[in-house]
Design a protein around this ligand. Structure first.
Ligand SMILES: *Cc1c(COP(=O)(O)O)cnc(C)c1O
Length: 430
């Protein structure tokens, strides 16, 4: 598969090159040249296929011929070595738990897949790479864990000081080896701006191969389409109108779901559930796209003022506003509403959600008001104990810590403080 830049001013390129570059030379996001739907028999016979068989079939067109089939099989098996269960709350609402990976966030899937692709491309030690990543919380931990020990890949993670949860901070600052954390005096957008500036800095890029592990990288973004198919496999016998409510920040996850739909997965509709960072909710109302600075919320992984993947969503629907609107609804909720939802999910359904999942639950409820026959699946994008303070404060119940979380507690934090782009640059050059 070849990829083109959505800025249309750079040459088309291979999967391998797109993964290594991250962003195209014209600063556009890469997008696959073609999307070939899977045969109908694939969906008809889905009950007979294992998750790794499904994943292999669904992803192979996007990575071949750069990743040979036998290697892809191993990558897929290793990446997906945990569960993706559906938990039913009532006849109209389920949740898809995406937090059973090593850092308990859905980003484990993309990060593990991408790390293994880069590891394969660097198998002869010919492509030393620095992965530069800005995180508002979960990306950093998932990338750190996914890339730990991958030869020839150095990972530098920028996170906003004091604006990620304690557990998230431990997950990205305690691993050592090829993983370095930079604690930025600023907000997430500052981190993201520094990363973008580094990619434009010719002095840096002439000295090192920089790439990104945010969802702009096709190897992080595309494997996320797989668990939408896993959800379908679990639900298709009992529910016909499947709708996904995706708690959204940079819109990589919901955009991956739309790629699954392009592959032929029978999905009725998508809901982008937002906190008060609601550029897309406003856009669907007004057709006016107005990025703005992010505001801080209790669902901090979605505190994004200018969602980087929205341009891919427009591409999928050929920049047609009405086609987009027919496939995507979006709602925005305040922190106060999110807390009420956390409590409601707990009291009514005896289920503990995290603040991001709770926003997804609210999106499902809003959509169901006018679409009572739908079955809404909200994505539980992180384990509730990653947001322990908020969750325990709202549901008034102590939460047991899962093993993945316990194992990072009490380790020693190692991070370098920086407050400007110059700090980042001198760190990278030394
Ligand atoms: C990253 C993240 C999101 C947002 O996902 P996008 O792909 O950026 O839209 C939502 N919830 C959690 C817990 C996250 O870590």
């Amino acid at each position: 598969m070849n990829y083109y830049s959505l800025n249309h001013k750079a040459p088309n390129t291979t999967f391998k090159d797109a993964v290594i570059k991250g962003l195209a030379p014209d600063k556009g996001l890469y997008f696959p040249e073609t999307i070939t739907p899977l045969p109908k028999s694939f969906f008809d016979n889905i009950d007979d296929l294992s998750y790794t068989e499904i994943a292999f079939e669904a992803i192979k067109q996007f990575v071949s011929p750069d990743i040979p089939k036998a290697v892809l099989k191993t990558i897929v098996e290793e990446t997906l070595s945990f569960d993706f269960p559906i938990v039913k709350l009532n006849d109209n609402i389920s949740t898809l738990e995406l937090f059973h990976g090593p850092t308990m966030a859905f980003k484990d899937v993309g990060a593990r897949f991408m790390a293994r692709c880069l590891g394969y491309f660097n198998k002869d030690n010919t492509n030393e790479i620095t992965v530069l990543v800005a995180t508002s919380g979960d990306t950093g931990g998932a990338v750190a864990n996914g890339f730990l020990g991958v030869k020839g890949v150095n990972v530098v993670i920028l996170y906003p000081s004091g604006k990620v949860s304690d557990i998230q901070e431990m997950q990205l600052t305690t691993l050592g080896q090829n993983i370095k954390a930079l604690e930025v005096d600023g907000v997430f957008d500052d981190c993201q701006d520094m990363v973008k500036r580094a990619f434009l800095d010719e002095e840096l890029t002439s000295k090192m191969q920089l790439t990104s592990a945010n969802s702009i990288n096709v190897a992080r973004w595309l494997p996320q389409l797989l668990y939408f198919i896993f959800a379908y496999k679990q639900l298709h016998k009992t529910h016909k109108e499947i709708v996904f409510s995706v708690p959204s920040g940079n819109f990589g996850n919901v955009c991956a779901g739309m790629m699954a739909q392009q592959l032929g997965l029978p999905i009725k509709h998508f809901i982008a559930s937002n906190n008060e960072n609601n550029v897309v909710t406003q856009y669907l109302k007004t057709e006016d796209y107005n990025p703005k600075p992010s505001v801080q919320t209790i669902s901090n992984a979605m505190d994004v003022g200018n969602p980087s993947n929205f341009i891919r969503i427009r591409e999928i629907y050929k920049n047609n506003f009405n086609t987009l609107k027919n496939n995507l609804s979006s709602y925005s909720f305040s922190d106060a509403e999110t807390k009420v939802a956390l409590k409601e999910i707990h009291d009514k359904y005896n289920y503990v959600a995290d603040p991001h999942g709770a926003v997804g639950y609210l999106g499902s409820k809003a959509y169901l008001e006018n679409n009572p026959n739908a079955h809404c699946v909200f994505l539980e994008t992180a384990h509730p104990t990653k947001f322990l303070d908020v969750v325990e404060d709202v549901i008034k119940e102590k939460q047991p810590l899962p093993e993945q979380i316990q194992s990072v507690m009490g380790k020693t934090k190692e991070a370098t403080k920086i407050s400007s782009y110059d700090g980042l640059k001198s760190f990278l050059l030394k």
